[in-house]
Design a protein around this ligand. Structure first.
Ligand SMILES: [Zn+2]
Length: 466
């Protein structure tokens, strides 16, 4: 049964590809380009190094939250690696980053018929701690910021439980994330001013499991006394709590967390470049973010994007491709809780009057390549779409306008083309910001295919843009 459907759907995919190809293969399928791209994929798949680098970044250094000793180790690792690879210039760009620490592991439980049920939670990044002994209160469950705001003064003294789940019918999981993440970001901001004593947020994932997912939150312009502790609760625990609240609306929830915000700490973006042969003063940037959350080892988010970006420059060299423009690999610091690295990189580019013609970010996991989305003025739309037949043999079929990446966003202008690498998204939010984001979840071949896809795009951008 399964095989029958698989075969049918495969055939229909092949037929639709053939249609696309016939319509779109014009003169742009240049023999030289298709040979170069084939060589890029061959070398990535037989002589790739990005998987071994990710092993070190994930397993030797581990989670690397901004300001942590691990983040500093990652900076040193990236600088040494790109220097050893013989890139023309490698340097550190200094920045100051927010420095939030989780402290001792969080605890939470609720009590039903005198039985204590422990539940997995984790503090959200930027949250304040609970008082020393924790906080205990009745719970009000809501499904949105709006619903919480309408309750207003009724929230006083309560723990507000944001429990709107991912919409599982959405095929692209980033859309489900986008539809829920306001609860995590602004749950405490909205409820603190009404005198709530805490905000608990359902983890941002499709998966129903016992792993809480952290992520950044904000208090906006709340006064210090209005800032309440906020945490993510695992989806399994969220379902259980919701069920129990229906039976016993007066149940009490307890949680304790010990996180705090320290003064900003010094850190760096790490930059490596190959100087362009024709236009050394025009730049194409490829990057990911070097910092990660602290619960896992940040293998998918965004260790994958980091090693792929470095691999792009290595694959260009290995294939003896001498780029016309200067190609930079940028390991951005502090995407997760501040974006200071991305902002600094764009600021300095402006200050030095650097001309940035294109940038590509990989920050959606190290999964099987699907394509790229791009954000530009419209001037290059036809050109980018004309590359589809060159990329289709590598299953890079999803090429269209859309977002790019948080770190390269600040470079946006009328003249730059920004790209986001798009891997398959089905498993990303199983691991995103959770203790399960570890090296063993990354498939070597998928990671290498991603690096080759990105290198091919950088090659085309370098070849066809002025
Ligand atoms: Zn990320």
């Amino acid at each position: 049964m399964k095989h029958f459907f698989l075969t049918l759907s495969l055939i229909s995919v092949l037929i639709s590809c053939a249609d696309v190809s016939k319509k779109e293969i014009k003169s742009t399928v240049n023999k030289k380009d298709s040979t170069t791209i084939k060589h890029i994929f061959n070398t990535a798949l037989t002589n790739g190094q990005c998987y071994q680098w990710l092993d070190v970044l994930s397993n030797t250094i581990g989670g690397r939250l901004s300001g942590s000793p691990e983040a500093q180790q990652a900076v040193e690792w990236g600088e040494k690696l790109m220097t050893d690879l013989g890139f023309d210039n490698v340097w550190l760009q200094p920045i100051m980053v927010p420095h939030w620490v989780r402290g001792e592991k969080e605890k939470a439980y609720f009590t039903v018929n005198n039985t204590k049920i422990n539940v997995p939670i984790c503090a959200l990044g930027g949250s304040v701690a609970t008082q020393k002994d924790g906080v205990t209160a009745e719970v009000i469950e809501v499904k949105s910021l709006d619903e919480a705001t309408k309750l207003g003064e009724k929230l006083r003294g309560k723990i507000v439980f944001f429990n709107r789940p991912f919409d599982d019918t959405l095929i692209r999981t980033f859309h489900a994330y986008g539809g829920c993440v306001d609860q995590r970001y602004a749950g405490a901001m909205v409820t603190g001013k009404f005198g709530a004593v805490g905000a608990i947020v359902r983890s941002m994932t499709n998966s129903i499991d016992d792993y809480p997912h952290t992520g950044v939150m904000s208090y906006g312009d709340l006064l210090d006394e209005e800032k309440v502790p906020t945490a993510a609760i695992s989806t399994k625990a969220a379902n259980l709590l919701s069920e129990q609240l229906k039976v016993n609306p007066a149940l009490k929830f307890y949680f304790k967390q010990n996180c705090k915000t320290l003064p900003d700490a010094p850190s760096f973006n790490v930059i490596g470049e190959i100087i362009g042969s024709e236009y050394p003063n025009k730049f194409i940037t490829v990057g990911g973010h070097l910092d990660s959350w602290d619960l896992g080892d940040g293998a998918h988010d965004d260790g994958a994007g980091i090693v792929q970006s470095i691999e792009v420059l290595r694959l260009l060299k290995l294939n003896n491709i001498k780029p016309k423009h200067t190609i930079r690999a940028v390991l951005f610091m502090n995407e997760e809780n501040g974006l200071r690295g991305g902002k600094k990189y764009a600021e300095e580019a402006k200050l030095k009057n650097e001309i940035h013609i294109a940038a590509l970010e990989s920050d959606a996991g190290g999964f099987t390549p699907r394509g790229f989305s791009f954000d530009e003025s419209g001037k290059n739309y036809d050109l980018f779409m004309s590359w589809k037949p060159l990329l289709a043999p590598y299953d890079l079929l999803d090429i269209n306008t859309g977002g790019s990446g948080a770190d390269i966003g600040p470079l946006k202008s009328e003249t730059i083309s920004l790209f986001g690498y798009k891997p398959d998204s089905q498993r990303y939010f199983d691991y995103h910001h959770a203790s399960t984001d570890t090296f063993d979840k990354v498939n070597k071949r998928e990671l290498e295919l991603g690096a080759a896809s990105m290198t091919s795009l950088i090659y085309l951008l370098d070849t066809y843009l002025d």
